[in-house]
Design a protein around this ligand. Structure first.
Ligand SMILES: Nc1ncnc2c1ncn2[C@@H]1O[C@H](COP(=O)(O)OP(=O)(O)OP(=O)(O)O)[C@@H](O)[C@H]1O
Length: 575
């Protein structure tokens, strides 16, 4: 509720218009049953004596009130939708901005599918509640209180029958709100899980098919689907009690009112028209109570969604940005890791006591088994995560003191499966970076050995499909390398980025990189010794630790593991 108030506050002018029109429209609706009773009890009996003028006037007045009520309610409903749409637009903007600023750790904790459903389903629930509350939040109380006042005015004794039913309805409303919130929260978290399974399957559909895992995945999805259905049914079964119970209370009340009313007409304590109007007010009041229940259901859903959104919006900044610019200082190494240790889950170390120095223009090669921590090392240098111990320096400055944007702008990172967008080849390389011109793109494609572009119709304007599915693995890798090279980075990181290239193209590309980017410091992560052997320094990593380091030549003399690797990969040609 607090969130909805917060959302609509900036649109208070439109909100005031919507709420006042709704109030006046509802008051107009309240007038009609009373005018009907006047017509039946006072005007029609007079017309029997030939006076029909009053019937016509009263009829016109009723029609006018009905039309005004209709008009005001339509305008109010439209304005309510507008306020809800604008409010949720603002919320989506804030949420998107916040998600963009989350650290990698926070994204890991919240999980990506959950962030997506907070952005979509949860904001949609809030939209519904914001619009619904404006439509019903004022109309229902106005009809409820106004109806009671009119009923009291018409027949205080019958009104007491009605008031006796109100505590029962109050109990129902309490039941709805106390049960609803936890049930809807659970549905939302199960939907997250379902989205996660779906996402994993859609992204990995080829792997799933290739490994004949379709049946297993179907079972997994069905299990999640069933859990979600069960939770939805539980929530809806619980909520399904409310409407019929309300109707039952209403019908019992109507019978009692009719029976007592009949006796009162018989005893001339009241008139027929008044009883008809009273029954209409009675229905209006109970419908208003039902609308209030609906408002509570909406609030339950919205508050579950609101708290999930607030959880993201109120996350503290867990990685403080630095203030300093990156200043080139040749007196210090370009990159230095000093006693760096890190763990994702803060239990088992993923990197332990990493130490190395790289001068500007040098190349670092990193080799190690899968899961040994190679990418983690890059993640720390990019400041996606901060080390638990030790410090990473860039030109002698702790990277925590540098502006994150500056730091990342100076590093060109190519991952094995990086994103390719549904855009032209040119667009994918230039990547909305204004400082990169046509010549930079041309040179970058040359360095990355991406001559395949010339063979495509439209060349650089050739349209790629999403994720680059109309390119081969090696073509994608060269395109991604060209994207990083075009930014003329101070540091170029190739994380398993040339694995799909044949030996010769890989070698040509490295030579070309050395020529064109002679001042650029390079970090090459690869499984092939041939991709690293010219590096100034090679780290051999296992289980998060550097087990051997040196040049290819020195490692060939001192490291048994490296020797074995070289033997199998190079066939002993380098021994
Ligand atoms: N976001 C994460 N949350 C938790 N653990 C992670 C995360 N990313 C990686 N890990 C774990 O950290 C360890 C090191 O992973 P890393 O990606 O650095 O390995 P790698 O050497 O680059 O492997 P590969 O050659 O297969 O890419 C692995 O055990 C991995 O499971």
């Amino acid at each position: 509720m607090n969130m909805i108030l917060r959302l609509v506050r900036p649109h208070w002018k439109k909100l005031t218009l919507s709420l006042s029109f709704k109030t006046i429209g509802s008051l107009a609706d309240l007038m009609l049953p009373f005018l009907i009773s006047v017509m039946i009890d006072d005007v029609i009996p007079n017309s029997e004596e030939g006076d029909i003028e009053l019937i016509v006037y009263l009829g016109i007045l009723m029609l006018l009130i009905a039309v005004i009520g209709l008009y005001l309610n339509i305008v109010a409903n439209r304005s309510a939708e507008l306020v809800a749409a604008l409010s949720v637009q603002g919320l989506r903007h804030d949420l998107f901005e916040k998600i963009e600023s989350l650290s990698a750790n926070q994204v890991d904790d919240l999980t990506r599918p959950s962030l997506i459903s907070r952005m979509t389903t949860d904001t949609y629930n809030l939209y519904n509640a914001t619009a619904g509350l404006q439509r019903l939040g004022v109309r229902a109380p106005v009809l409820l209180i106004g109806g009671i006042v009119m009923a009291l005015f018409l027949d205080p004794v019958l009104t007491l029958v009605m008031i006796a039913l109100l505590p029962l309805i109050g109990l129902l409303v309490y039941f709805t709100s106390s049960k609803g919130i936890p049930l809807y929260k659970r549905i939302q978290s199960l939907l997250d899980k379902l989205t996660r399974t779906l996402r994993e399957n859609i992204t990995g559909i080829r792997v799933v098919k290739a490994l004949s895992m379709t049946e297993h995945e179907e079972e997994r999805f069905d299990k999640n689907n069933q859990e979600t259905v069960n939770a939805e049914l539980k929530a809806h079964y619980t909520m399904a009690v409310i409407n019929p119970t309300m109707h039952a209370i209403m019908n019992v009340g109507l019978v009692v009112v009719l029976v007592i009313g009949a006796f009162r007409i018989d005893s001339e304590l009241t008139k027929k028209g008044e009883i008809i109007a009273f029954i209409t007010y009675f229905t209006i009041i109970l419908n208003a109570m039902m609308s209030i229940t609906r408002v509570f259901i909406m609030i339950s859903r919205a508050s579950a969604s609101g708290s999930r959104i607030d959880e993201v919006l109120h996350l503290p900044k867990d990685m403080k940005d630095g203030f300093d610019e990156v200043v080139l200082d040749e007196a210090y190494p370009h990159v230095e890791f000093r006693n760096v240790s890190f763990s994702y889950n803060k239990q088992k170390a993923n990197l332990e006591n990493i130490n190395f120095k790289l001068e500007r223009g040098q190349t670092l090669g990193i080799i190690g088994s899968t899961g040994s921590g190679k990418t983690t090392l890059v993640n720390l240098l990019m400041r996606f995560y901060d080390p638990d111990e030790g410090t990473i320096y860039l030109h002698g400055k702790d990277i925590k003191t540098l502006k994150q944007k500056e730091l990342r702008k100076r590093i060109g990172l190519v991952l094995q499966n990086d994103l390719i967008f549904a855009d032209s080849i040119y667009g994918n390389i230039q990547f909305n970076r204004n400082q990169i011109n046509d010549e930079d793109v041309r040179v970058a494609t040359k360095v990355a050995q991406a001559e395949f572009i010339k063979e495509k119709e439209d060349e650089l304007n050739y349209r790629l499909s999403q994720r680059g599915s109309n390119l081969s693995g090696g073509q994608k890798q060269r395109l991604l390398i060209a994207r990083a090279v075009a930014g003329k980075p101070d540091i170029l990181i190739l994380d398993d980025a040339s694995s799909a290239l044949d030996y010769q193209t890989d070698m040509k590309m490295r030579n070309s990189l050395k020529e064109e980017l002679s001042d650029t410091t390079m970090i090459i992560i690869a499984q092939r010794i041939s991709s690293l052997k010219d590096s100034n320094l090679i780290l051999l990593i296992d289980d998060g630790k550097i087990i051997d380091m040196g040049t290819h030549e020195s490692l060939m003399k001192t490291s048994k593991i490296y020797q074995e690797l070289a033997f199998y990969q190079l066939g002993g040609e380098d021994k």
